[in-house]
Design a protein around this ligand. Sequence first.
Ligand code: ATP
Ligand code: MG
Length: 350
Amino acid sequence: VYAQRSVVICVGPGGVGKTTCAAALASTAAEQGRRVCVVTIDPSRRLAQALGVDGASDGSVVSVSTEGKGRLDALVLEAAHVLDEVVRACAKDEASARNVLQNPIYRVTAERLGGALEYAAMARLQMLHAEGRYDLVVLDTPPTANALHFLEAPARVRELADNQAARLLAGGSKLSGKILGLGVGVIVGAIQKISGGAFFSDLAQFFRDFAEVIAEFQRRAGDFEELMHSDETGIVLTTSPTEFSVREAAAFLEVLRERGLNLDAVVLNRFDPSLPPAPDLTPLGAVVDVPLDRVGEVYAHARAHGVRAAAARESLQARFPELPVWIAKRRDPPPEGLADLRELGRELFG
Ligand SMILES: Nc1ncnc2c1ncn2[C@@H]1O[C@H](COP(=O)(O)OP(=O)(O)OP(=O)(O)O)[C@@H](O)[C@H]1O
Ligand SMILES: [Mg+2]
């Protein structure tokens, strides 16, 4: 699969292992000789250490490994800065980018802009892809409760660009209470942050500068959609091996299909092993002094997890017979270093 794709997007509900799987896939693809960049969001401390991206991110790509034929780079997207980078890339020149970024209204807007992180992640992905320095860019997605939010980012941006601010600028109509789709509360917040009379001149300037950026956002939103739907891009959905998660995943798969996106695989992560039914513990009691009831309970609990995982796998496979389902075992301790990630990646590819 990863010889064909140049973009892989790892989606899934919160906390299932998207970031870990993205890093694992990227490190294995690099090991197999490809030039890979993994773009992660909010990695755990240990994962960030493994990738060498621990500490404050300045938005630049770091080199993780150049062993073997391929190479692995990583980039951490931070919610606080990523939109700034996109603004820099979209502004017509440095001075106009600086104007936007330093405008107090931008700061308030950036904090409240719905879907800004999703949008910025897509934009950054596309910029990396367009640079052509990588064979494969693996994108982790933000911890949203609903993976669909991410796929909707380009459409959200189009709405943003189509909305009142743009019309206001074009038509010179009266200032509406809604600017950039933001409610009056945000405007009031901005007024409070900005000293007195500067507000209106800041606002006018902001619109002038930001209008260009938005126009460029809008142009690029079309490019993302095209990239997302092209054969270059594959989607990997990570989920937990439970009946509930499988139902959620199934609903998501239907949507992907409807939208014509390429689903490469579902990863059932933290998959518990199958255990045979508990043996008779009585002989054990004869040789060691342990509370047999307790041992039996612990065993039954572990076994139930395995049974649940196997059932989840079967029901997913029954519903989507064509779908590759990749199994990643639960690891104890959780995958930490680069070696663990590569091992996990090999397990997934196998
Ligand atoms: N196969 C595994 N076995 C054991 N632990 C795992 C496995 N995969 C991931 N974990 C652990 O699960 C936790 C969540 O993983 P991760 O951060 O990758 O999830 P995520 O989906 O990116 O979460 P979020 O939605 O918050 O971004 C981490 O502590 C990670 O180390
Ligand atoms: Mg994550």
